[in-house]
Design a protein around this ligand. Structure first.
Ligand code: ZN
Length: 279
């Protein structure tokens, strides 16, 4: 086994297998994701990623999982082929994450920066469900394969969603259980109002930009006013949404009671107003 990464020798012996360095290499950029860097490497070597992984003798079925955990053997192989230190290769994957970080990190790409994508970049922070603006160029991240009309979003919703995203990031980064629970409860509330089912972290990666933005905005709304009141009074809840809300919180009796109380009071005041206007 050869310990040096000297590229003057055409072939290397790695764990008994001959591995030829790639003709061309590129240095990884700050915050670049391993799969993104492998994609750039394949482009400069005029092949696709599957061929590149096959050359490095990494099972291509494991290509997508490399972003989350690249083991020492795979890192060494990539290092030999690219002449980049194995510890740098490993730093391009997410590695060990706290449970909230893992929950709020997308397994597959769901958004990207239109500017940086033109340079074939794929950055790690784009996978975080709280990521809103590109940390490299400041452009707002857009969902993968965005339609032109997706971008016509009210400025007010955008600014609330950006604020909610910041709050979620802070809670996740500092592993603040109370704030995280509050944020995810707000997301669940937002999902109920949008008639969306499933896991809240998936709603934050929703291919529907209105769902993602609304759920992020709900996090911001929940900071300043009681959640139930904020959601119900700002969204004009109809009977269908009320049932959805009640179903959402059926396992949280205190919240369920609050939601029901507010909804009933609101319904009573609406019917009173209607009656008065008739007299
Ligand atoms: Zn960018």
């Amino acid at each position: 086994m050869v310990s040096s990464c000297d590229c003057s020798t055409a072939a290397r012996e790695v764990w008994g297998v001959t591995l030829r360095p790639l003709p061309k290499t590129v240095a990884p950029l700050p915050d670049e994701l391993l799969s993104g860097w492998l994609s750039r490497l394949s482009a400069v070597n005029y092949c696709d990623v599957v061929e590149l992984l096959a050359h490095i003798e990494i099972d291509t079925r494991h290509g997508a999982t490399l972003d989350f955990d690249v083991d020492a053997a795979a890192a060494e192989r990539i290092s030999r082929a690219t002449r980049v230190a194995p510890e740098i290769v490993r730093s391009l994957s997410f590695g060990t994450m706290t449970p909230p970080e893992a929950l709020l990190t997308a397994q597959v790409p769901f958004q990207s920066c239109p500017e940086c994508s033109r340079r074939r970049l794929s950055l790690r922070h784009w996978r975080r469900v709280w990521a809103f603006d590109c940390q490299v160029c400041g452009t707002r991240l857009v969902r993968i394969l965005a339609r032109p009309d997706d971008e016509r979003v009210p400025e007010r919703l955008l600014s609330r969603a950006r604020r909610g995203a910041g709050l979620l990031e802070h809670a996740a980064r500092y592993n603040c259980t109370i704030r995280l629970r509050r944020a995810m409860r707000a997301v669940t509330f937002g999902m109920a109002l949008k008639s969306v089912c499933g896991n809240p972290s998936f709603a934050l990666q929703s291919p529907r930009p209105d769902v993602r933005l609304f759920c992020l905005a709900a996090i911001a709304a929940a900071q300043s006013r009681p959640l139930a009141k904020a959601a119900i009074s700002s969204a004009g809840v109809d009977d269908y949404a009320r049932v959805a809300l009640l179903r959402t919180f059926e396992k949280e009796p205190r919240l369920l009671a609050a939601v029901d109380h507010i909804a009933q009071r609101r319904a009573r005041s609406t019917s009173l107003m209607t009656a008065e206007s008739r007299n």
